[in-house]
Design a binder for this molecule. Sequence first.
Ligand code: ITT
Length: 193
Amino acid sequence: MELLVATHNLHKKEEIQQILGTEYLVTSLTDYDINDEIVEDGKTFQENALIKAKYCFEKTGKPSLGDDSGLVVEALDGRPGIFSARYAGNHDFKKNIAKVLEELKDEPNRKAYFVSMLCYKDENGEHFFEGRVYGNITEKTFGEEGFGYDPIFTPEDQNQTFAEMHAEDKNKISHRKLALDQFIQFLNVENKL
Ligand code: ITT
């Protein structure tokens, strides 16, 4: 089954493909030569996931998946949250990380979670699936793998940041994996009906 993911973020697309496995062909907006930036003006992850999925479905008519995700830091009142991609600079991961570390300087509470909110849209309507992974923000960056805030996030019960893990290991426990597991379950039930 083809699944069109409403993203221009190749890291996300690759993670989704790896998690879903070869039963699914994951495509993205870039594969359809749709290069417009989707205006994500929702106030929540859910609203933005819906905006992405709807945009994609309306443009292509293909079953579409929007993933709106981000890092929620307790001591920062939930920031960067829905502004994760553009917290200090548009998709400038280094600047975004530097801003979070600076804001958490001398802050003992390092608790945070990653969230992935998925919206699946096809001709029958919309469905949402949410995954969260809880952990802590490190004092400095560790590792080169992954993307975004991976170098400063250590999941609970792990001694490495996401960026120190191999992709397969991150993809076994990540917020995206937890959300996609629910999505797959949903598709399996739908397909049996
Ligand atoms: P699309 O909107 O095109 O899908 P995006 O990167 O802008 O790509 P979001 O609007 O959902 O996606 O922003 C998510 C941001 O949150 C992302 O750019 C990262 O900074 C961060 N993020 C999300 N998931 C992450 C992960 O698994 N590891 C590290 N950072 C992540």
